[in-house]
Design a protein. Structure first.
Length: 277
């Protein structure tokens, strides 16, 4: 396994402005050609976190999916972030993972943010995804998923024989400044308990509901130490994840061999959301 360069794009997302956000984030990531392997954008980066944006949700044939494919090809890197996507089953907060060859994989946010009524408008996903990219196995999750460690658990000898499920856990978020301490704390916990790197992107600025966002995007290593941390300004930060150090830590401290076995039901209650929401 080779080292992996990861770029965190901590941006000030425009409110309900998909075209403007595509242009803005496109400008931020354009200099990354040849300098990165994975570009991570915030949650719902075309609109901000808004229940009302559901009315303008795109489809997999829409402009944002096409834009992500174009960016991945131009940068020769994978590009990931979440958007509101409409399907026959409803509208999902869908994380997209686009690669330079035109491929695209998605993960639908499982844990919908009840505190803000997300569960009343959006459909919930029911399956975790592991994506293989440049020798790394990556598990992408969305915002509120961070609070649910069982779903994120890095299992041993399940998805691949005598190995852990993934090497890198990615979170994309709109996490308000009022809850910044839990954000920073839980990122470290997920890295330590799962013997993996964590790359997490949160937005900055103020949204259309008046909520402030402090950023605090970070790459956390398998010991819970920050490999890089962003403040509260708009910034693009690139960090190299060290494969040999990750493998050495797992051999030196093989906690995964003592982990509990469990299964998770695919079913999760959906309240109030239909294909017409």
């Amino acid at each position: 396994m080779n080292d992996l360069r990861v770029s965190l794009v901590q941006g000030a997302t425009r409110w309900h402005d998909p075209a403007g956000n595509r242009d803005h984030y496109g400008d931020l990531i354009a200099p990354l050609h040849g300098r990165t392997d994975l570009v991570v954008l915030p949650e719902t980066f075309t609109s901000g976190f808004s229940n009302e944006a559901i009315h303008n949700a795109e489809t997999m044939d829409g402009p944002t999916v096409a834009w992500m494919r174009e960016q991945a090809k131009a940068l020769d890197a994978a590009v990931t972030g979440s958007v509101q996507l409409r399907t026959e089953e409803g509208v999902f907060n869908r994380l997209l993972f686009a690669t330079p060859d035109g491929g695209i994989v998605h993960y639908d946010k499982r844990h919908l943010f009840r505190y803000a009524g997300e569960h009343e408008r959006y459909a919930a996903g029911n399956e975790r995804r592991t994506i293989e990219w440049r020798d790394w196995r990556i598990c992408p999750l969305v915002c509120y998923d961070l609070r649910f460690p069982v779903f994120a658990r890095n299992r041993y000898n399940v998805e691949r024989k005598d190995q852990l499920d993934y090497d890198l856990l990615v979170f994309v978020a709109n996490w308000p400044a009022a809850r910044a301490y839990p954000w920073r704390t839980l990122l470290r916990a997920r890295a330590i308990e799962n013997l993996c790197y964590v790359a997490a992107v949160n937005r900055v600025g103020t949204d259309g509901n008046g909520l402030d966002y402090a950023g605090d995007s970070a790459v956390i290593d398998f010991l819970g130490h920050p490999a890089s941390e962003c403040g509260d300004e708009e910034v693009v930060s690139t960090t190299t994840l060290l494969a040999a150090e990750l493998e050495a830590h797992r051999k030196r401290f093989p906690a995964m061999l003592d982990g509990d076995r469990f299964t998770i039901s695919k079913a999760i209650p959906r309240v109030g959301c239909s294909r017409n929401c």
